[in-house]
Ligand binder design. Structure first.
Ligand SMILES: [Zn+2]
Length: 529
């Protein structure tokens, strides 16, 4: 009896307390929690205060204990998605990061493919000052550092140049970089040897960073590219991410069987290799990817000079024809689709074949090569390359050591003709690869978007729904979530996401983008792991 009285007194005191000041800022009730660890879903209420998850309760949490209640019945509550390969370059102008937020992304890793902001620390400080829609973290780029020290020179660095590059990597790591990225396919990283990359990656490893790589080759030379990345991991003692893993060109389709076997055996031998993948059968990059790299050394004027020299122009053309037939050209001018053409907007969304037809040219690889040269001389262009196999995409996605990442660029409607991954990556995985194709379970997919990338980055308090973690969350309808952006019409936001919380504040509220800008700049703080 006394016990009951005490309990009643306690309860009424609590109720009175709740009326005065609610304990929680927000409670999400009635949802199904998919917590990001890969564990089975369960029903629970989630309470948030001061930007943190403070309670996850299988018993209902009283609505009166919160300032606001979100009814998540029939919805999934998961950690916010973490995009391990994001082109955040437009963040200064697109600070709300709407194209990322609307697909459930709450944290993104910038500085991929060897290219990062520089000077590093001041750039991070400026982003923190301006107010941003998502949490961001950055890698320091090998190409950025090499370009600063050596321009686009096609040679090895001197001892002094290598030391300066090492100094820059160490500096960025000290300023909070999460590791080093390389783009060994691109200028000027392509001119480096593995020894140079190892020497630089060791500095990132010394401060606990990771290594992510746009491989030297993703087409005919794919296996060599994967082998090189694994060797860098082994020699520099650094965790590796084979980013946007793929097999480019018809001749290489199916080769993910081999690359994933290489990943497995490297892991067994003690090298920590993982990969990420986007859920599309097309890539996106500069049109210069079709041009032999020797022809691009030392910048645009040097390229123009080579084109003006008939013998050099001939061999450049032969190299492009080879790449159109065997590599990113996919053997067909219709497979190369322009996304951004600053000097002729009417080409955006059109293919190399459309352009040739407009010029009354036959659709031969030689004519394609002439147009590629013309595009490069006019200032370059970006394009979408429809050269991947759906079987590889699914096989890579299914592998237990791969994560989901977009490789998308922050985009806004009306600007260019981007790859649809900029808008649709994460909902596409959940709507198609989970719900329609059954490639992954919902729990696996969410794990690959949250807990796995968080662990890779060493983010101890994000990527998993648990008490004490930062309140980055997504509330979505697993039955309807889907991407809407297509290769024909890319500027389409997704459907099926009701709420996205960034540090406890809704950036999507009842399906509507709020532009709340509560993201923070993350810095790698721990020392060597
Ligand atoms: Zn890339």
């Amino acid at each position: 009896m006394l016990k009951l009285l005490v309990l009643t007194a306690l309860l009424s005191a609590q109720a009175a307390g709740a009326q005065r000041t609610p304990r929680y800022d927000l409670v999400i009730t009635g949802g199904t929690v998919v917590d990001g660890t890969g564990a089975r879903r369960y029903r629970a209420d989630v309470a948030i205060a001061d930007g943190r998850i403070v309670t996850i309760s299988r018993k209902p949490i009283a609505p009166a204990s919160a300032r606001r209640v979100i009814d998540a019945r029939g919805r999934v509550v998961s950690p916010g998605f973490i995009d391990l390969h994001a082109h955040l370059e437009p963040l200064p102008e697109l600070s709300g990061a709407r194209s990322a937020v609307t697909q459930g992304v709450t944290t993104a890793l910038g500085g991929p493919d060897g290219s990062s902001p520089w000077p590093f620390g001041p750039y991070l400080a400026e982003r923190a000052r301006q107010g941003i829609g998502i949490n961001v973290a950055y890698l320091v780029g090998h190409n950025t550092v090499r370009h600063a020290v050596m321009g686009d020179a096609n040679r090895a660095p001197t001892a002094d140049e290598l030391a300066r590059m090492q100094g820059m990597i160490a500096q960025a790591m000290g300023e909070g970089a999460f590791g080093i990225s390389t783009g060994l396919k691109y200028i000027p990283g392509t001119y480096s040897t593995i020894d140079e990359v190892v020497a630089l990656s060791q500095l990132a490893a010394d401060s606990g960073g990771i290594y992510t790589s746009h491989l030297r080759e993703e087409g005919l030379g794919l296996l060599g590219g994967v082998g090189e990345a694994i060797e860098i991991g082994r020699r520099a003692h650094i965790p590796i991410v084979l980013t946007h893993h793929k097999a480019v060109g018809r001749k290489m389709w199916g080769k993910s069987v081999v690359t994933l076997r290489m990943l497995d055996s490297a892991r067994r031998a003690g090298t920590d290799v993982m990969a990420d993948v986007y859920p599309y059968t097309a890539t996106h990059t500069g049109i210069s990817v079709l041009i032999p790299s020797w022809a691009l050394a030392d910048g645009d004027t040097a390229f123009a000079r080579r084109i003006a020299t008939p013998a050099l122009k001939d061999s450049i053309t032969r190299g492009i024809v080879f790449n159109i037939l065997n590599d990113r050209g996919g053997g067909d001018l219709r497979r190369v689709q322009f996304s951004r053409v600053s000097w002729d907007k009417t080409l955006e969304g059109k293919t190399l074949a459309d352009w040739a037809t407009r010029r009354h040219l036959a659709l031969t690889p030689e004519n394609g090569a002439a147009l590629v040269i013309e595009a490069q001389l006019a200032g370059g262009a970006n394009a979408i390359y429809h050269v991947l196999d759906e079987g590889d995409v699914r096989r890579i996605m299914r592998h237990p050591m791969t994560m989901i990442a977009s490789d998308g660029r922050l985009s806004s409607p009306g600007d260019g003709h981007p790859h649809p991954r900029a808008y649709g990556t994460f909902p596409r995985v959940l709507g198609r690869y989970v719900r329609e194709y059954h490639v992954l379970t919902l729990e696996q997919a969410v794990h690959k978007m949250t807990g796995m990338p968080a662990a890779r980055l060493g983010l101890g308090d994000r990527g998993v729904l648990r008490e004490g973690a930062a309140a980055d969350l997504v509330v979505f309808d697993a039955a309807t979530i889907v991407d809407r952006a297509t290769f024909e019409s890319p500027h389409q936001y997704t459907t099926g996401i009701d709420y996205v919380l960034v540090n406890g504040v809704p950036a999507i509220d009842r399906g509507t983008f709020t532009d709340s800008r509560t993201g923070v700049v993350l810095k790698r703080t721990a020392g060597k792991k």
